[in-house]
Design a binder for this molecule. Structure first.
Ligand code: F6R
Length: 611
């Protein structure tokens, strides 16, 4: 996720900006930049040296002009356009007199940039962000504040921005929608940042900006107005956190923070994917419509949680597109002499885009002539560079080792891919694709609702304290949810947890069920729900403690359970996005109760670049 910072009125704004950028590094970033107002000109440096970019900026900044009182800085986590100095912020307008930093996604950037090019602007980057600085350039006749007010209504999507103008050297204008922006006032200094940690070393007089408000940040003062120009009192923030707590947004750990970010991860992954006429477009896919339409088989390769997301996608792909779909664990696929050809679409799923087994599996697919694409959370990762096409999940950096928000975003991205293929192959008509996209768009709200039930999940977890053996059961798309629930629990709590397709129980695993075994089953309504309940009866009668994930108000299911994890009902093929959430929360609570470090579980690494 990008980080934004700005300072005006300070003796040395550059020092404040660089320190703030360091404090934002924990969020993960791939490039960084700074712009300073110097007299009636702007000075800028940008670096795309991965996580060394801020340190590299410090070296470049030795050439900064002395005497500047105002500047803005940025750490970028690429979403539109690869990490490069040209794509790094701040972005300039055509005159070089305006500079902008942006966090978020401008959903209608393609349409806006087409208009700008027609009107003679030259866009110097591949980013969505740059369009705004050129729009502002066209509206500057009454100054920067008014320009921002005029442009905001033309933007769709999410943003927090800070802008400076060489003609107004002691002013930073900030604005936001759906992405936070914090204002700060210190002795003679006005400050702005995307996150509290960036400003904590400087001041504790902080204020929150609300959606579609415009902040004028000047030395020692901030003034907030609405888009219409009405003055509003900004909400003062009381911050009792130290730096570490602030980096975790006040949560106890990154896993908790990242679970809380899941609605946004899902919403951002869906942004920008549907044209006004209802057609789905996956811009960065780089595969032509004809290439997609010609595919006659899909092979998905992945590891761990990404593999579970791929398993969910198999159900959606086969149902919506009627394409035979194989899902393989990458480390098995690459050595099993798989059969592929030029009409096979090979999809690697990897949040890091660096997992060696998945990378090698994709290389094998390419070697056999298949079209290779990757679903990745990291722009320009090794897989993204090597594949023929890429689809990005936009979950932002995930720091907790156990994947949560990336997993949800992967499921959503793969379902988008399935719907897009269905559209190109004509296996689902426009009204059905539209309807399913609408259902996907409801998921952020349903995930948020489910996260809001955390206390109830905690109570269930507390009632299970002391249990050592867990089985997770599911059928259909509930099966990969069960696998993921078991993986989360074993990774962070070190308890024994197995995921099974419920229909397989009688073929062996049921021998292990005895009083004291906990069985967690996904029992939301789908065509196999009745069969699932029969499996639940089988384990109940053998003395298992039964925990059921059930649709709100489904008392018939609840009757069979010792404990219920309620979820809002969701269209069955999309339900894993919601149903996995209480299982993450359950694993989290059980692990914390055992005193484990959920962010850094033993023996595990976030990115696995060895076999
Ligand atoms: C589990 C987890 C791992 C990863 C796996 C693949 O919580 O995070 O199982 O899913 O190591 O990693 P990526 O997706 O980076 O290829």
């Amino acid at each position: 996720m990008c980080g934004v910072i700005g300072a005006t009125g300070a003796q040395d704004p550059l020092e404040i900006i660089l320190e703030g950028l360091h404090r934002l590094e924990y969020r993960g970033y791939d490039s960084a930049g700074v712009a300073l107002v110097e007299g009636d000109r702007l000075w800028r440096v940008r670096e795309a040296d991965g996580t060394r970019s801020v340190a590299a900026l410090e070296v470049l900044a030795r050439g900064a002009p002395a005497g500047s009182r105002t500047g803005i800085g940025h750490t970028r986590w690429a979403t539109h356009g690869r990490p490069s100095p040209e794509n790094a912020h701040p972005h300039f307008d055509c005159t070089g007199g305006l500079a902008l930093v942006h966090n978020g996604i401008i959903e209608n950037h393609a349409e806006l940039s087409a208009g700008l090019v027609e009107r003679g602007h030259t866009l110097a980057s591949e980013t969505d962000s740059e369009v705004l600085v050129h729009l502002l350039e066209e509206e500057l006749d009454q100054g920067l504040v008014e320009a921002v007010r005029r442009c905001l209504p033309r933007l769709r999507g999410s943003f927090s921005v800070a802008v400076v103008h060489a003609g107004e050297p002691e002013l930073i204008v900030g604005a936001r929608r759906a992405t936070p922006l914090v204002l700060g006032v210190a002795d003679g200094e006005g400050l702005v940042a995307s996150d509290i940690p960036a400003l904590l070393g400087r001041t504790r007089r902080l204020f929150a900006l609300a959606d579609d408000e415009v902040a004028e940040v000047r030395p020692g003062e901030v003034r907030v107005t609405t888009v219409e120009g009405r003055v509003v009192e900004p909400t003062a923030l009381t911050v009792e956190w130290d730096l570490e707590a602030a980096q975790k947004a006040g949560c106890d750990d990154f896993m908790s923070k990242e679970m809380g970010e899941q609605p946004k991860a899902v919403a951002d992954t869906l942004l920008d994917r549907r044209k006004a006429d209802g057609t789905l477009v996956l811009d960065e896919l780089r595969l032509r419509v004809e290439e997609l339409a010609a595919v006659d088989k899909v092979v998905i390769v992945a590891c761990g949680s990404s593999y579970h997301a791929a398993l969910v996608a198999k159900y959606a792909l086969e149902h919506w597109t009627r394409l035979p779909t194989e899902v393989d664990i990458a480390s098995e696929f690459r050595y099993r002499d798989p059969v592929l050809d030029g009409r096979t679409l090979a999809v690697g799923v990897s949040q890091s885009g660096e997992t060696l087994d998945t990378l090698q599996a994709l290389r094998e697919a390419k070697r056999q002539g298949a079209k290779a694409m990757v679903v990745s959370n990291v722009v320009d990762s090794s897989m993204a560079r090597e594949a023929d096409g890429v689809l990005y999940t936009r979950a932002g950096p995930e720091i907790g080792v156990a994947s949560t928000k990336c997993h949800l975003a992967q499921i959503v991205a793969l379902e988008l891919l399935a719907l897009t293929l269905a559209q190109h192959r004509g296996t689902r008509g426009r009204p059905e694709v539209t309807e399913l996209f609408e259902r996907l768009s409801e998921l952020p709200g349903k995930v948020a609702e489910t996260l809001g039930r955390r206390k109830e999940v905690d109570q269930v977890a507390d009632a299970l304290a002391g249990a050592r053996d867990f089985f997770f059961l599911g059928r259909h798309v509930g099966f990969p949810v069960a696998l993921e629930g078991a993986l989360k629990l074993k990774e962070i709590s070190y308890l024994r947890a197995e995921g099974y397709p419920a229909g397989e129980l009688k073929h062996g695993p049921i021998a292990l069920i005895e009083p004291g075994t906990v069985v967690v089953a996904v029992a939301t309504r789908n065509p196999l729900w009745e069969k699932m309940l029969s499996n639940v009866e089988e384990v109940r009668s053998r003395g298992a403690t039964v925990v059921l994930v059930a649709d709100d108000g489904d008392e018939e299911t609840a009757r069979r359970a010792d404990h219920v994890l309620w979820v809002p009902p969701v269209e069955p093929l999309l339900s894993p996005v919601v149903n996995v959430v209480p299982l993450q929360l359950l694993a989290y609570r059980l692990a914390r109760a055992l005193g484990h470090d959920v962010d850094r579980p033993r023996n595990l690494a976030k990115t696995v670049t060895v076999e």
